[in-house]
Design a protein around this ligand. Structure first.
Ligand code: AMP
Ligand code: MG
Length: 413
């Protein structure tokens, strides 16, 4: 058996970031920036504007209150006024409207009374210079670096880039990840099961996990335990995808033809398949290598449904994120400390155990309880779990002990 770190290092070494290309910003949410730093073309805000509805004034005119001033103009968002504000004057102003030249303060409408049908106003609060005015560039100055390679285009970052006039970005594409399930026992649809058959759950699960990881899932179907069929599916995967995930057929059984086919397609030496026994439970077997002319990374994940999901989280997801251009410190899910709400018992066996748990927030602390049966075919607990508790080799933890958790979803309140 090899340690988890070593298996992950092997996988990541075979997943180079995909070549970047320019793309409209609007299509790049979820993609990772590459190339050069992104520099602001415009300042934000581009002009001094009002943060509130009220009256633009000179602060010096609104010292002794109440004071009555004539209202000489109205300034709405998108409609600047040419005329400057003179001494002893006020202008009605709305949120986002350019502050007229000469004005240096806003009195909010709540502190005023409209007089003479709007021709004058009574101001009841002292105006202080700069108050409720958003100055030019108080968020971003022209020429500021607003994003760097490795940053993900989140909706918030998209907004920032757009606000500074950036419409095209250099990003790495979302990796196209093909998924193939293998096994003569698998049934794809809702027909009644014949003796010995089970439904193919891994493929739809993997397709969902690929999509949730921000990549493009490609359904390459299910193939039986047949050398020719597996080879054909792998060839098409290697030709059309940036990475391939297979499930099943990588253990020691006679019908584990995935092994035979991948060894043949990957060939010997660099890029060859590496068959690993990782010191973890579940998901001990893992195959990784690169196939075809384009040296496409292949993840041979175990067939048991829980094992394939845990293996995806620990190896395939970080590998896919590396292809997508995420920096090395953002590939794996973060580990957080939580408190065990009940004993999480295990036996020493030289492996790190990943226990499916429910994580909840209690009085500001994270607490974990087991999500149910922990065998590698039991999806019930996986469906309920929002985290994997990481139990190092040993007897497990007692109630009240601290335990590390890898979040798969959000903690429940
Ligand atoms: P294997 O690694 O092919 O020997 O499969 C290990 C176990 O996982 C067996 O019980 C298989 O029936 C089961 N299994 C393999 N592939 C799938 C799948 N796509 N969906 C559900 N169960 C599967
Ligand atoms: Mg099988």
């Amino acid at each position: 058996m090899i340690p988890l770190d070593e298996a992950l290092t092997t996988v990541l070494a075979g997943c180079a970031p995909l070549p970047a290309r320019s793309r409209p910003l609007a299509d790049a949410v979820g993609c990772v920036l590459a190339g050069a730093e992104v520099v602001a073309r415009d300042a934000v805000p581009p002009f001094a504007n009002s943060a509130m509805d009220g009256y633009a004034v000179r602060a010096a005119d609104v010292v002794d209150v109440p004071v009555r001033l004539p209202v000489v103009a109205e300034v709405a968002a998108g409609h600047p006024v040419e005329r400057p504000l003179g001494p002893g004057e006020a202008m009605r102003i709305f949120t986002g409207a350019p502050v007229p030249a000469g004005a240096d303060a806003i009195v909010i409408v709540e502190d005023t009374e409209r007089l003479e049908g709007g021709a004058a106003v009574e101001l009841r609060a002292v105006a202080r210079t700069g108050v409720h005015i958003r100055p030019v560039g108080d968020d971003v100055q022209m020429g500021d670096v607003v994003a760097v390679p490795g940053d993900e285009v989140t909706p918030g970052r998209l907004g920032l880039l757009r606000s500074v006039g950036v419409f095209d970005v250099e990003v790495r594409p979302r990796p196209r990840v093909g998924v193939i399930s293998t096994g003569d026992e698998l049934v794809d649809d809702d027909r009644p099961l014949q003796p010995g058959q089970i439904r193919d759950t891994n493929r739809p699960v993997m397709l969902g996990l690929v999509a949730a990881a921000g990549a493009q899932p490609v359904d390459l179907g299910h193939v039986g335990d047949d050398d020719g069929a597996i080879s054909t599916a792998m060839d098409s995967a290697a030709a059309t995808c940036d990475a391939v995930i297979t499930t099943g057929g990588v253990s020691m059984g006679d019908t584990d033809l995935v092994k035979v086919v991948l060894d043949r397609l990957a060939g010997p030496g660099v890029g060859g398949m590496r068959w690993m026994q990782v010191a973890i439970k579940p998901a001990k077997p893992l195959a990784f290598g690169r196939i075809g002319e384009r040296k496409v990374p292949v993840f041979g994940l175990p067939g048991n449904p829980v094992s394939s999901m845990v293996s995806f989280e620990l190896f395939a997801r970080p590998g896919i994120r590396r292809l997508a251009g995420h920096p090395d410190d953002r590939l794996s899910r973060p580990l957080l400390a939580a408190t065990a709400d009940e004993p999480l018992v295990r036996r020493p066996d030289g492996k790190v155990h990943f226990v499916r748990v429910e994580v909840t927030v209690r009085e500001g602390d994270l607490v974990v309880r087991t999500a149910g049966g922990q065998a590698s075919h039991q999806l019930s607990a996986m469906a309920r779990a929002n985290g994997l508790a990481v139990l190092p080799d040993g007897p497990g933890v007692d109630a009240g002990d601290r335990v590390e958790v890898m979040f798969l979803g959000e903690p429940r309140g």
